[in-house]
Design a protein around this ligand. Structure first.
Ligand code: ARG
Length: 576
C-alpha cells in the first residue's frame, strides 16, 4: 500500500526544496507543513512553506512559491500547484492518482491504507477503574469510553496493548459497607440486584452517620478489622467484590468493552510495605513527623507538595498503591508506556506518581490523559431529579429506550427482535459518540435530543450513512465485486475518494494528543461528503465503469464508516 497523499507530498516537498536556488540557505531541520484544505477550490493540500522561508531568507514569498511549484511539473501524483494569496502553494491530486488509490484502498480491506507504527510499544491502559460498592456514575463513563477507544486505536496501529481495570476495591468505603452488611442488609434484595443493594446500604449508612457521628468510628473499627485480616470481614469483603464485578461486567458487556486484567487496588496490598522500605533505603523517601513522604524539593511545581506514602499510623495511601502498580506493570507486564485515563481533578496525584518514578530512574513513558466533567442542561454537574448522581446503567437503558422510538418510527415493520438489536446499537453508540466527538477536556452538556438526533454530528446520523451504503447492495442484489475497471469522472466522486483516502492520514495522529474527537470529526465529514456524492451521482442507474466506480465508492465509504466507528467502540447495523 503506497503512503497517504499527505505523506507523499511531504517527502516530495523536501526533495524539491533541495533543488531550488535557496537550497543551501534552508534553516536547519526545516520541514514544510502541509494542511488539508477545507475547500477544494483551493486544491486538496496547501503549504505555507514559501511564506515561512521568505521570512527567514528575506526574499519574496511568491517568488519562492513559484520555484516550488515549478519543480512539480510533470509529477504524476500532483498537478502543477497553484500559488494563492501572499504565497500559499495549493496542491491537487491528479485524477489518475485518485483512481489508482480507489483500487488500492478497495484491495486493502483490513487496514484501508493505515500502516502499522514503525515503533510498536507495550502499553498498559488504565481506565474506567470504578470504586467497588460505590455507584459507577456518569462521570466514570468518560474515562471508560475514552480509554476503550484509545485502546482500540493503539492496537490497530500495531502496539501491544494491555487494558487494566484498576478498580477501587480497598477503600475506606468498606468500613461502612461492612457495618451496613451486618446491620441493614436485605439478603433477598442482594440476591436480586447486588449492585443496587450495596449502593442502598452505602447510602443508608451514610445517612445514619449524618445523624449519629459515633457510627463513623464503629465503621472505622470494621475497616481496621478488615485490614488486620479478620476472617468474617474478609469473607464479606470478598463477596462484595465478587457481586460487584458481576454487576460491572454486565455494564461493560453492554458497552462492548473488555479488560485484559482487573488488578484492583487490593492486589497490591502485600507490595506496599516492602516498597516503602525500598524507597527509604534508596533515600528517595524520608520520615517527616512520623509519616513517610517523598519530597520534590528541586521541582518547581511540586516543591511544596510532597507525596505521602505511609501515614504516621502505618496506613498506606492511594499513592502508595499507584507506585506499586507502576513497578508491577513494568516488571510483570513489560510495560514501556502506561496511560492513565482519569478525571482532571487527579492531576496532582499523577504528577507526584510520575515524579517519584522519574526519581527512581524508571524507563517508562507515563501519560496522564485527563478529561473534564459531564454537565446537565443547567450547566451544573449532572444529577437525577432527586439530586442523586446519575447511574451509568440507567443512562444506557434510557439511551436504548429512546433509540427504540427512532427505530419504531423509521422501520415499524421490522420483527421486534431485530428492532431491539438495532436500538441497542444506536442507543449505546449515541452515548459513546456524544462523548468521543468532544475534546476530552471540554465539560460537555449531556443532552438526549442532541445525541439521538438523526441530523447533525451524532452516532445515529453516521450509522444511518453506513446503512445507506449497505442499502445499495441490497437493492443490487449482491455484494460488491472488486476487479472491474474504475474511472473517476465527477468532481463529487473525486472529493469523496480524497476524503476516504484521508482515513490513513487521520488515524495515526489520534494518539498524538489522545484525541478521539479528531476521528469523530473526520467520520462526520465522510458522511457529509458521501451525502453530496449521493445527490450528484446516480449509482444504480449508471452503467459500465461509471457504475462500477460508484459502487466501489459506496463500498469503501461503508468500510471507512464501519471501521472508523469500530475504532470509537461503536457498532454498526445493516438496517435502521
Ligand atoms: N478508582 C479511582 C476513582 O474512581 C480511579 C483510579 C484510576 N487509576 C489509578 N491507577 N489510580 O477515582
Amino acid at each position: 500500500m503506497p503512503a497517504p497523499f499527505a505523506e507523499i507530498l511531504s517527502s516530495r516537498l523536501c526533495e524539491t526544496l533541495a533543488r531550488t536556488d535557496f537550497a543551501a540557505d534552508l534553516p536547519e531541520g526545516f520541514s514544510p507543513k502541509i494542511a488539508q484544505t477545507q475547500n477544494r477550490q483551493f486544491g486538496d493540500y496547501q503549504t505555507n512553506a514559501a511564506m515561512i522561508l521568505a521570512k527567514a531568507l528575506q526574499r519574496n514569498p511568491r517568488e519562492l512559491a513559484a520555484q516550488i511549484a515549478d519543480t512539480f511539473a510533470g509529477d504524476e501524483v500532483f498537478e502543477k500547484p497553484e500559488i494563492a494569496g501572499p504565497g500559499f502553494v495549493n496542491f491537487r491530486v491528479t485524477t489518475a492518482a485518485l483512481t489508482r488509490r480507489l483500487t488500492e484502498l478497495i484491495d486493502d480491506e483490513d487496514r484501508i491504507g493505515v500502516s502499522p507504527t514503525p515503533t510498536p510499544q507495550t502499553i498498559v491502559v488504565d481506565f474506567s477503574a470504578p470504586n467497588v460498592a460505590k455507584p459507577m456514575h456518569i462521570g466514570h463513563i468518560r474515562g471508560t469510553i475514552i480509554g476503550d477507544c484509545l485502546t482500540r486505536v493503539a492496537a490497530f496501529l500495531g502496539h501491544r496493548v494491555i487494558s487494566d481495570n484498576h478498580i477501587g476495591d480497598w477503600g475506606t468505603q468498606f468500613g461502612m459497607i461492612l457495618w451496613g452488611w451486618k446491620n441493614v442488609l436485605d439478603p433477598s434484595a442482594l440476591e436480586a440486584d447486588p449492585i443496587e443493594e450495596l449502593l442502598r446500604v452505602y447510602r443508608e449508612v451514610n445517612a445514619r452517620i449524618a445523624e449519629d457521628e459515633t457510627l463513623r468510628d464503629t465503621c472505622k473499627a470494621e475497616l481496621v478489622g478488615l485490614q488486620g485480616g479478620d476472617p468474617e470481614n474478609l469473607a464479606i469483603w470478598e463477596r462484595c467484590i465478587d457481586v460487584s464485578k458481576i454487576g460491572l461486567q454486565k455494564i461493560y458487556d453492554r458497552l462492548d468493552i473488555r479488560f485484559d486484567h482487573w488488578y484492583g487496588e487490593s492486589f497490591y496490598n502485600d507490595r506496599l510495605a516492602p516498597l516503602v522500605e525500598n524507597l527509604l533505603a534508596e533515600g528517595i523517601a524520608e520520615e517527616s513527623e512520623g509519616a513517610i513522604c517523598v519530597f520534590f524539593r528541586d521541582d518547581e511545581k511540586l516543591a511544596d507538595k510532597p507525596a505521602l506514602i505511609r501515614k504516621s499510623d502505618g496506613g498506606f495511601l492511594y499513592a502508595t498503591t499507584d507506585l506499586a502498580t507502576v513497578d508491577f506493570r513494568i516488571e510483570e507486564l513489560g510495560a514501556e508506556a502506561i496511560w492513565y485515563v482519569v478525571g482532571a481533578p487527579q492531576q496532582l496525584h499523577f504528577d507526584q506518581i510520575f515524579a517519584v518514578s522519574a526519581k527512581r530512574g524508571q524507563e517508562v513513558d507515563l501519560q496522564f490523559i485527563p478529561f473534564g466533567s459531564i454537565l446537565g442542561k443547567d450547566r451544573k454537574m449532572l444529577r437525577t431529579r432527586s439530586g442523586e448522581t446519575v447511574q451509568l446503567a440507567d443512562v444506557l437503558a434510557e439511551a436504548v429506550d429512546r433509540a427504540m422510538r427512532i427505530v419504531e418510527e423509521k422501520n415499524p415493520e421490522l420483527p421486534s427482535g431485530e428492532k431491539a438489536a438495532i436500538a441497542e446499537v444506536i442507543g449505546i453508540g449515541a452515548v459513546k459518540y456524544a462523548e468521543l466527538s468532544q475534546f476530552r477536556m471540554t465539560d460537555y452538556i449531556f443532552d438526549w435530543d442532541n445525541m439521538l438526533s438523526l441530523k447533525g454530528n451524532t452516532a445515529p446520523y453516521l450509522i444511518n450513512a453506513y446503512v445507506r451504503t449497505r442499502a445499495i447492495f441490497r437493492k443490487l442484489g449482491s455484494d460488491f465485486e472488486a476487479g472491474g475497471t474504475v474511472r473517476l469522472t465527477d468532481e463529487a466522486e473525486k472529493a469523496l475518494l480524497l476524503k476516504l483516502a484521508q482515513f490513513a492520514e487521520i488515524v495515526p495522529t489520534l494518539l498524538d494528543d489522545f484525541r478521539p474527537n479528531a476521528l469523530a470529526a473526520y467520520l462526520y465529514e465522510v458522511a457529509t461528503t458521501y451525502h453530496q456524492f449521493w445527490e450528484a451521482c446516480p449509482v444504480l442507474k449508471a452503467e459500465g465503469e461509471i457504475r462500477q466506480t460508484r459502487l466501489a465508492l459506496c463500498e469503501l465509504t461503508g468500510r471507512v464508516l464501519r471501521h472508523g466507528l469500530g475504532l470509537l467502540g461503536i457498532r454498526t447495523t445493516e438496517k435502521m
